[in-house]
Design a protein around this ligand. Structure first.
Ligand code: DQA
Length: 145
């Protein structure tokens, strides 16, 4: 089995982007962490795009292949109804979709306090750095998850 770990705009710059907020590790380091946690139980398919259309296409892929999703929608979190509607296709199909954030958006600017994704997500984990993704992966590995 497999999990899609989907990352939205500007997350390809992790490592050098606002390290005070997002830490100094990059996406390849995240992939390695998740693979170590998965220990062969589930394949980690980690992707990043700045393109809303591409992200929506990956959510359709999750629906068509019944693949669980860990989604960091990045700035799309706060305003993309198109992404929300695509993510709703995943959870309405009974496939888990966990929304994650590296930072805790609720401690930051007011525009980050709203997520248009959370209302259709299976669950939300924020504020634990790359630990947010690791906890999301654990949630998918729980018995009965
Ligand atoms: C983020 C939080 C968002 O507000 C921001 O636009 C991001 C990253 C996070 O992981 O903390 O790009 O989703």
């Amino acid at each position: 089995s497999r999990v899609l770990v989907l990352n939205g705009p500007n997350l390809g710059r992790l490592g050098s982007r606002e390290p005070d907020v997002y830490g100094s590790q990059d996406l390849p380091a995240l992939q390695a962490l998740l693979e170590a946690d998965a220990a062969g139980r589930i394949a980690i398919d980690l992707r990043q795009t700045n393109d809303e259309a591409e992200l929506i296409g990956w959510l359709y892929e999750a629906v068509d292949t019944a693949t669980p999703v860990i989604l960091n929608p990045a700035a799309f979190t706060h305003y993309s109804y198109a992404l929300r509607d695509a993510a709703a296709l995943v959870t309405k199909a009974g496939i888990p979709l966990v929304e994650v954030h590296i930072s805790n958006p609720h401690t930051r600017e007011v525009f980050r306090h709203t997520s248009v994704i959370s209302g259709i997500a299976s669950g939300v984990i924020a504020g634990f750095g790359f630990g947010s993704y690791r906890l999301a992966l654990q949630s998918l590995l729980l018995p009965e998850a």
